[in-house]
Design a protein around this ligand. Sequence first.
Ligand code: ACO
Length: 325
Amino acid sequence: MSEIRSVVLGSGGYLPSRVLTNAELSQIVDTNDEWIVQRTGIRERHIAADGELTSDLAVKAATAALADAGLAAGDIDLIVMATATPDFTFPAAAVTVQEKLGMQNGAAFDVQAVCSGFIYALTSADAMIKAGQAKRALVVGAETFSRILDWTDRTTCVLFGDGAGAVVLGAEAAKEGTKDRGVIAARLRSDGRYRDKLYVDGGPSTGQAVGHLRMEGREVYRHAVTMITDVIEDVFAAAGVTAADIDWFVPHQANVRIIDASAKKLGIPLEKVVRTVDRHGNTSAASIPLALSVAVGDGRIRKGDLLLLEAMGGGFTWGAVLVRW
Ligand code: ACO
């Protein structure tokens, strides 16, 4: 039996229309554009409208990805949706997306790995396709972090934004190893000892309220580059490639300093790094597929390019995926 490869058939993104600039934020909390840009690289972020739900953002991104793939919702037999801000505690936001897309077959479920969510969702969908459980999967990252921010806490509320991104994966027979298009290798990690460094102080089984995001920013920063580059070295070894083989590095968009330091440590030139954090802020699980949709849309990422995707977030969770576009 020939090996199966999950090939990217299309991608898309969606950002809510409302843009919140650093200048506007300085009217809300004691901050300023210079501090935010210098520490994070963020200039503005998008905020979902009242009543605009995570599933609404996800459906828009998924619809764009399906159109890019030339497919209809009925062609999809799996939705894996990464989100830490679902519409409801349950059911999974993925089943709402399934219903809103008009898709009645297959399976849909959420993955909860916060900022690493898209990497976890992509790895899960790839594994299910390789196991023969699905033929065409929608992998979505969608978040409305604006709803879990403490808008009086300047140390966190300036960092995040809302948005969604999606890719469509299809099963194809593998032929030429790393030269084949599709997901080539993936590695996931987590370490729950760090769970109080970045968390939400509510939930159904604790305070019965949604809660707000809490973070020890310095602690996150301290671990980020080492954890990210370690797991990337693992995924390189698994695939037998090096940093020199990478056409585009598409990291989770949390902070430009973390992105640049990771690229530098790996020896990837900045011209090969996709950075959208200046315009999107940190959109958690949505950040990688949003960055993909931007760089595919402007013609940087082309069919056959070797992409390195990476994320780290609450848990801590982290991971990396190599994909030939
Ligand atoms: N505006 C102005 N001043 C601020 C702000 C703000 N928004 N926030 C904090 N400050 C102040 C602090 O109060 C402190 O003042 P003090 O010295 O008088 O006490 C000073 O700025 C320095 O604060 P630090 O927290 O030490 O600032 P630091 O240089 O560490 O930068 C930051 C903070 C940007 C959060 C940094 O730690 C960081 O990037 N951490 C990673 C966090 C992250 O990216 N999280 C995203 C989720 S995880 C992930 O996706 C990887």
